[in-house]
Design a binder for this molecule. Sequence first.
Ligand SMILES: [Zn+2]
Ligand SMILES: [Zn+2]
Length: 132
Amino acid sequence: MTLEATCCCKQVSITVSAQPEMNSVCHCTNCKQRTGSAFGISTYFKTDAVLNMSGDTRIYTLWHQEQNHEQKRYFCSSCGTTLYWTISTMPDYIGIAGGCFAASEILEPAYTLNNSNKCQWVSFPSNWQVEE
Ligand SMILES: [Zn+2]
Ligand SMILES: [Zn+2]
């Protein structure tokens, strides 16, 4: 089984060989800004599950205040979509923007975090694990 995530203009893609190890919806301000949406879907895969990366990316580094770690974000040099990232505290994992798996549906997220910053009108299935 393979899953492919692509940017808006489809020049950058990443292919993985498995469903994510971790899959969450995050309401922090940073995820809202990264996606331009009400929340981010962050899927994390073991780096050895990455089968292919292609396309021209640029990188920015940021200190994630809420989570107390450094992230390197890889975005398409043409359309600007942030497609994947690495986190200083999880060197064996790669994060991929869940919404970018446009053609291959990923499993339902298991939990939701930074809920204190959640938009009032967003609600989730009651079986999800909630982290404030
Ligand atoms: Zn692009
Ligand atoms: Zn977040």
